[in-house]
Design a protein around this ligand. Structure first.
Ligand code: BG6
Length: 606
């Protein structure tokens, strides 16, 4: 999963590409590179490491045409050779790639038999060799011939020294948008239309096997059989400026502290006299006729889906369940016409979630996307969409998107209740009242940040953790464990509290703390028994407990308090504690919080 970008126009292509990469780093940041054409030659600079390292070492002239790349390694180590762009041995052309070429090994062997020599371990370099092999003067046609040989998913962008006025691109199952400005003075190709800054653009999205010839202010698209294609474009207003940290040290901390406001935005205009989702575009009939609701997602979004399925059960007595998307795609027996599949994804570009969505759609399921990015592939491909309205989330570690996801899922459960009329009106009024209290309860936890920082510092010497909880606190503790894993690289795992005694408890000792999420009244007694069992094995216990459980201080080693609320709404304050604990823990250990190693904001390869 990488970020690809290209520019041809009147501005300095080098500068525009570096700015484009800075907005694509969330897609991978282990190495970067840029190539352009100057006086009939390919000029380039590529380096292992972050964009900031490329910027310091770069010595390229101003350019009118350039392509640029930021990498999340799939094939080959993180080093200068494997960084993109890749070239043919004669340096006639340069190519960048997002995705995976599944048959690259066989193609590489075939090319080697023809005398080809490779300078990298990547799958991408094979495509550069093939493109050169098929080039007979028409770069777009050479790309067409190349696509016929390669299997896999990709977004490809290339330039050739003999064509200083042309960028070619192609896409299959990978996002690629092409923008031309209203004055036709420039064209931009990018993995993400949200990288367009400062102007209005007409944007089109390349789809399966389509190829584009991109010139200054002009784009021609060919279908997979290389016939000209009339493509519709949409007008997108470029962002005024890129996201900023607004004075916070990290995007993650800024986004954590945004949550009272983003929670408001998630419910804004949707919780008045029942629940309304203006942008839904799915007829109510779909919900009325659905026999089950199936949540799919990855990472944090899968945890939100798990909470969503509990909410539907409790607030609407409606059968629902959640699967991790990369596994869901194989559960054929569940893919029935009466299933409504809700795909949860912050970015809307996660390949595992998109593949599962396409699989269930193929089997006749109705699909709804819960997403934070307009014009993302998921928002465009699902039958209906509900947006989180959380604003861009820059930190790889998802925080505000998670609470916005469960805020929208709480409304969706009430929406289903109103359709199925299961729960009493009195109960729903209670939920609606309590939902309005959540922003101040989130703020209460944020005001405790210093205490949480002190606690995180105290526990930052440990390398292994169990997180435990029951019912809503189980996916909540899974999420808290994921935060700690993502940014501090410690071994942290979440378990249903009742499951510890069936094996995991064997690992416990004085060096293996347990963080117990207790904000679930329904199961508190049972959770306390599990807590006593881990205490008995000498493990330090830190409880995340509702203020009403004041006696907790006598039982556990440490407590971080959360305001009391209904079990169904308790994930909000408790997950903020988990986010801040992970943040201060990672900070204490000097980790790279916004761009943790080996991760990317969303992964567009399966
Ligand atoms: C991972 C991110 O790559 O993808 C996680 O590091 C995220 O933070 C997961 O939760 C799913 O992403 P999305 O965009 O589909 O919600």
């Amino acid at each position: 999963m990488c970020g690809v970008f290209g520019y041809i126009g009147e501005r300095d292509a080098l500068e525009v590409c570096l700015q484009g990469l800075s907005h694509l780093e969330y897609r991978g940041y282990d190495s970067t590179g840029i190539a352009g054409i100057k006086e009939g030659k390919i000029v380039f600079c590529k380096k292992a490491g972050k964009l900031s390292q490329l910027k310091t070492g770069i010595s390229l002239p101003t350019l009118e045409i350039a392509i640029a790349h930021t990498r999340w390694a799939t094939h080959g180590k993180v080093n200068d050779q494997n960084a993109h762009p890749h070239f043919d041995p004669a340096l006639n052309l340069a190519l960048i790639h997002n995705g995976i070429i599944e048959n690259y090994d066989q193609l590489r062997e075939e090319l080697k038999k023809e005398g080809a020599q490779f300078s990298s371990e990547t799958d991408t370099e094979v495509v550069a060799h093939l493109l050169a092999k098929h080039y007979l003067g028409d770069l777009a046609f050479a790309l067409h011939e190349t696509l016929r040989k390669i299997h896999g998913i990709f977004a490809l962008v290339a330039i050739h020294k003999d064509h200083p006025d042309l960028i070619v691109a192609a896409a299959r199952d990978c996002p690629l948008s092409i923008a031309t400005d209203a004055k036709k003075s420039e064209s931009i190709v990018s993995s993400d239309p949200n990288t367009l800054i400062g102007r209005d653009y007409d944007v089109l999205f390349l789809r399966e096997g389509e190829i584009a010839k991109i010139e200054k202010g002009m784009v021609k698209v060919f279908d997979p059989s290389f016939q000209i294609l009339e493509k519709k474009s949409i007008r997108i207003q470029g962002a005024v400026k890129g996201p900023s940290k607004e004075g916070f040290q990290h995007f993650m901390l800024k986004e954590i502290f945004e949550q009272p406001a983003t929670f408001q935005k998630a419910i804004l205009g949707r919780l008045e006299k029942g629940v309304v989702f203006d942008e839904l575009a799915l007829p109510t009939k779909v919900f009325e006729e659905a026999a089950k609701i199936w949540f799919i997602g990855c990472g944090t979004s899968a945890h939100a889906g798990a909470i969503g399925s509990l909410l539907l059960e409790d607030l609407a007595s409606f059968p629902s369940f959640c699967d991790i998307a990369s596994e869901a795609r194989y559960r054929k027996s569940l893919m029935t016409k009466d299933a409504l599949v809700i795909a949860v994804s912050q970015s809307g570009e996660t390949a595992d979630t998109l593949s599962a969505l396409r699989e269930v759609q193929k089997n006749g399921c109705k699909t709804l996307a819960l997403c934070n990015v307009k014009n993302s592939t998921l928002a465009r491909e699902a039958d209906g969409v509900i947006f989180l309205q959380a604003g861009p989330e820059m930190s790889v570690c998802s925080t505000k998107a998670f609470t916005s996801q469960i805020a929208v899922l709480t409304l969706l459960a009430i929406f289903m209740r109103n359709i199925k009329k299961k729960l009493s009106k009195k109960m729903i009024d209670l939920y609606e009242e309590e939902i309005k209290e959540i922003p101040s309860k989130i703020q209460w936890v944020l005001d405790e940040a210093q205490k949480i920082e002190k606690m995180a510092k105290k526990y930052s010497e440990f390398n292994d953790f169990f997180f435990m909880g029951r019912r809503y606190m189980y996916p909540t503790c899974l999420e808290a464990a994921l935060k700690l894993k993502e940014i501090s690289y410690v071994n942290a795992n979440g378990y249903p509290a009742g499951e510890l005694k069936h094996g995991p408890i064997a690992l416990l000792d004085a060096k293996f703390p347990v963080i117990a999420f207790l904000a679930n009244q329904l199961t508190l007694e049972k959770t306390m028994s599990s807590l006593m069992e881990v205490k008995a094995r000498g493990a330090p216990v830190l409880a995340i407990a509702p203020k009403s459980l004041q006696n907790m201080t006598k039982i556990v080693d440490d407590v971080l308090w959360v305001p009391d609320t209904l079990d169904e709404l308790a994930p909000f304050p408790s997950s903020i504690v988990g986010q801040l604990f992970a943040y201060y823990f990672a900070k204490e250990r000097g980790c790279d919080i916004d761009q943790p190693r080996n991760l990317a904001k969303s992964v567009t390869v399966e």
